[in-house]
Design a protein around this ligand. Structure first.
Ligand SMILES: [Mg+2]
Length: 244
């Protein structure tokens, strides 16, 4: 039919040229609806939205599972009368080793916090277990900033002991590894009566550290300790549940 119209048009029939133009417009409109460009775009966009919704749902599910497991682990600590949790910083609480020479901002460092501690520390604090950071890093000011960024007011309940020459341990306990850091932090906890924990001792303390040498010294000193595997951070929760 188009060919016929075309031929008639060539014969200078004005009416048929007009018909031809209308037909072309109608055909173009039909093609625009039939061809799938818009449809594909819409479908693709719908698929992207649906994938995004699935991903965020999965993240929410993973977050609440981690929260539940942290809660069970803290329950175990409460059962064992642990009231003082000493946590190493580099490669344990955060997923990098600063070497004590972090040059970026504290908020950049805060991005390296491991999710397991984001849940475990508030839950432990809620159950009246005091948490301290024990580290060989001298950058305790940076670490204090990181704690403030992440844990807000709760961070004020958390003593930090690093190699910053601002403290010394005068007691008779072991000084090797993280032992004097823990002893000094425990002294601070007990001295600050408003923290509500006045009976910290070896039997009520737990060290979490990625350095096996610190773990070994801690165990030799008669204090509970869990080696933190930086390659399998959430295994910490299984290890906490296995404590006796
Ligand atoms: Mg470490």
């Amino acid at each position: 039919m188009l060919l016929l119209l075309l031929r008639l048009s060539r014969n200078h029939h004005r009416f048929f040229r007009w018909i031809l133009a209308c037909a072309a417009i109608v055909i173009l409109l039909i093609l625009a609806r039939i061809l799938p460009f818009g449809g594909i775009r819409r479908k693709s966009s719908n698929k992207t939205m649906s994938a995004t919704a699935t991903t965020s749902q999965q993240q929410r599910d993973a977050g609440s599972l981690l929260e539940r497991r942290c809660s069970e682990a803290v329950e175990k600590l409460v059962d064992l009368n642990v009231n003082f949790l000493a946590i190493d910083f580099d490669q344990t609480m955060i997923d990098v080793h600063t070497g004590g020479r972090w040059k970026e901002s504290a908020s950049d460092l805060a991005k390296h916090l491991r999710p397991v501690f984001l849940h475990l520390i508030p839950e432990a604090t809620r159950r009246n277990i005091r948490v301290a950071i024990v580290t060989f890093s001298p950058q305790t000011g940076q670490i204090r900033e990181v704690l403030k960024i992440i844990f807000l007011a709760m961070s004020e309940l958390m003593p930090i002991r690093g190699n910053d020459q601002t403290w010394s341990y005068q007691g008779n306990g072991m000084r090797l590894g993280k032992q004097e850091h823990m002893a000094s932090a425990a002294e601070e906890v007990m001295a600050r009566l408003q923290l509500g924990v006045t009976d910290v001792g070896k039997s009520t303390t737990l060290l979490i550290d990625d350095d096996p040498r610190n773990i070994s010294k801690c165990l030799k000193d008669g204090t509970r300790a869990i080696w933190f595997n930086p390659l399998d951070p959430n295994r910490l929760l299984d290890d906490l549940l296995r404590l006796e």
